[in-house]
Write a protein that binds this ligand. Sequence first.
Ligand code: CP
Length: 365
Amino acid sequence: MLEGSDRTREGAARTRGSARPRPAGRRPAARPAAAEVEPAARPGEAKGEPEPVARLAHRHLLGMLGVTAGEITLILDTAKSLAEVSTRAIKKVPALRGKTIVNFFMEPSTRTRSSFEIAEKRLSADTLNFSPSTSSVVKGESLLDTARNLEAMTPDMIVIRHKASGAPHFLARHCRSNIINAGDGAHEHPTQALLDAFTIREKKGRLAGLRVAIVGDLMHSRVFRSNAFLLKTMGADVIACGPPTLLPPELPRLGMQVTYRMDEAVEGADVIMMLRVQRERQRGGAFPTAREYYNLFGLTSERVRRARSDVIIMHPGPMNRGVEIDSAVADGPYSVILDQVTNGVAVRMAVLYLLAGGTLGELAG
Ligand code: CP
């Protein structure tokens, strides 16, 4: 959900060749000089992918629900352009010079937090990392009071991870800054879904029509929810798999195939996305033992052989090796798990740049 627009939402995805929407009159972020960021050829250009909208018409990125195909394509195309910055000797452009971004992480994170911080630094923003253990949150200060006090120091954006679903939406209602959801409870993790989509598009050239098997603890997974919304919007065929106790009941309503049989899920798959068993969010009793889970739902080399010969294996991390995925698969030739992490920087650079008012056209010069 991209929220906070003061204009009418751009319409449904436009297809190549249709008229582009008129750029909205929003003040752009300081743009990198044309020579600083190379325009990239669009991966889906020859395959009838949705046309990107001209710019994001929203102040916040709270989730993928309701984000249009044109907006997703804009973010992915912008990330493609910005990825080049991370390959330079001097990995920096001045796009967000003078902007201040607070990384407000109330839950642990290895990938997302460091990826946002690197993305912010590569765009020349000033960053502040805020964690509960070293703040007055340990003295009982509320989320709203904490956010209001941070806002009193006039940041431009707040990136928030919180164990409570809806915490970013709450901040968006009360704060002046752009709010970016970096994972809220079991609700959404939109930048993870965007970096997953970017990785799939890099490897497969498209999203539409791909068979994507998503396997694991889908009930408690914010990564699953954001991926489900994004992949359906972009026309992928999603097949959901896991123990009945860990699959949300609304899956058929979301237009997904559902199976409790792992072999059926991975059969002919272009993409297998394994999700972590989230013991910390389960109330217990979802499955008898980790060994039984591995036997029924673990991704092994034998099971990978049922997929297409050019399958890619994904996992958002952190992985439970030997529970949802075998190490031989996680570290094997089909794995793109570390590519996902690399691509996360470019995707987060794109989200920050676009929410600050930047456009893809300005990157292309
Ligand atoms: N994928 C992901 O969100 O990882 P972290 O919890 O390490 O940020």
